[in-house]
Design a protein around this ligand. Sequence first.
Ligand SMILES: [Zn+2]
Length: 463
Amino acid sequence: MIISLMLLSSPAEAFKFVVPARKWDSEDLPIVVQTSTYLEDSLPQVPDAETGRYPQEDVLIKSFCNWNWTEYCEEQLGPEWQRYDTALCADVPFEYGGTTNAHLGFTDDDTYGIYWDDPADELAAGILGATLCPYDSPIIDIIAGEQIRAIRNCDIVMNDNINWGMVNALEEECPAGTYAAEAVMTHEVGHSLGMGHSCDDGDLCVDSDLLNATMYWTAGPCDTASASIDADDIEGITALYGPYITWNVTEDSVRFGPAPLEVCFELQVDEEYEAEIQGVAWNFGDGTTSDELEPCHTFEDQGQFTVTADVTGLSDTCGDWDVSQTQRAHVLVCEEPDPGFELNHENGLVYQLVNTTNVSTYGCIDGLNWEVYEGDSASGEPIIAFGAWSPKLDFTEFGEGKYTVKLTAMGPAGEVSMEDSFDIEESRGDGFGCSSTTGGMGGTGLAFAGLALAFVLGRRRRS
Ligand SMILES: [Zn+2]
C-alpha cells in the first residue's frame, strides 16, 4: 500500500487537484531535491563509474524526469532512460541537489529531501512510501475555480523495510515480494508536485485510465508498469503546469443586463502559449456556439447562461493540447421585472399580501418596495413603505376605507411598478378574495430567499 500523508481525501477522478489544491510556484523552479547518504541495502551498492552516483540516486532523478523529461534529464541519465511517456507540456523542471545529512525524514525545513533511511521510523509496516508537504502556504493561482496553494518543499520517505528492486532487473526477474523503487517513488513525487490519487481506497474505480494511472492509490510487488506515468497522470500534471487558458468578458462588456444583451469575450492566455492556439470552440449556453477566437454574442432571452470555451493548441515542444474552461452562470440576461401581487383578508383589518412577481430567473429581481396609500391612487405620501417578499398589512390604526398598494420590483433590466386599489373592511373581503392564500409562497419565496436582499423594514406614518 502506498500512502501519502499530504492527502486528506481525494474523490475518484479528482486526479487534478488534491485538497487543498497545490502546485509549485514557477518562481521556485527548478525544484531542487536532495537525499541522505544512507544506502538502501536492497538496492545495488555500486556507484556509476562516470557520475559517481549510486543507483538509488538515479532512481530519484528518473522519478522526477518521468513527469517532465527535460534536457537536464537527458544530460544526467542519457536518452536510454526515457523509456516511457512523459508530460511534455507540464513545465515542472527539477535538479538533483546531491546528498545531505542535514535534514532527515519529515521535518519542517527549507529542504526538499527524499530519504531511504526513515530515521524516525515514520512508516508503518506495509506502507511503501509517503509524502509530506507543508500546508500553510500562500495562494498563487486559481485553476478552474480552485484556489491553488504554493508547494514550497516536501519530504518523501521510502520504507527501508521493503525489498526494493531496480526496474531493469525486475523486468527480467522479480523475486517474490520485491517492489520497483522507481514506481513507488514516481508516485510519491507525483504527490509532491500536487497530484492526488486517480482512485482512492474504497472508490468505485472502473475507468481503465484511472486504474492504470501511476497515481492509483496502491501498487503490487513486481509492478514495474507504474515506473512511468500514463494518460490520466499526464492529463493531471498538464492541467497544473501546462498551457492553461481562462477567458472573461471584455472590459467594455457587462455580464448582467437587460435582454437582448451583447457580450464580447476574450481569452486570457499566458504569452508563451498565445501563438500555439489552433482554435476555440465557444458554447454560450443558450443553444448557440461560435468558433471565433474572441467572439461577441447577443443573448436574446432572459436566463442565466453557463459559457464554455474549449481551446486547442499545437506546441513545438509538446504537440497537441486541449484546455476547456467552463464558467457557470456567467451571463445573466433579464427581461424587465414583472411585478404582481394579491391581497387576501386574514382577520379583522389584517391582510396578507401575496407576491406573484416573476422570479423564474435567479438574479433578475434584486429589490422590492411596497407602498400603501390612502385613497384610490398611489399619490402623495405613502402611509406605509417597506421591503419584504410577502408581508402582512395591518390597517387597524388607519381604519376601514379605500387604499392603494403599489409594488415596485427592481432588477438588472430596470424597475417596474404596479398598483391596485382595495376596499379594506373589517368583516368581509369582497372583491379581493378573502381566503387565506399561502399557495405560491413556497416556491417563489424560496427562490427569492437567495437573492441577498438588504431590505430596510420601516413604517412611515402620516403626521
Ligand atoms: Zn499516494
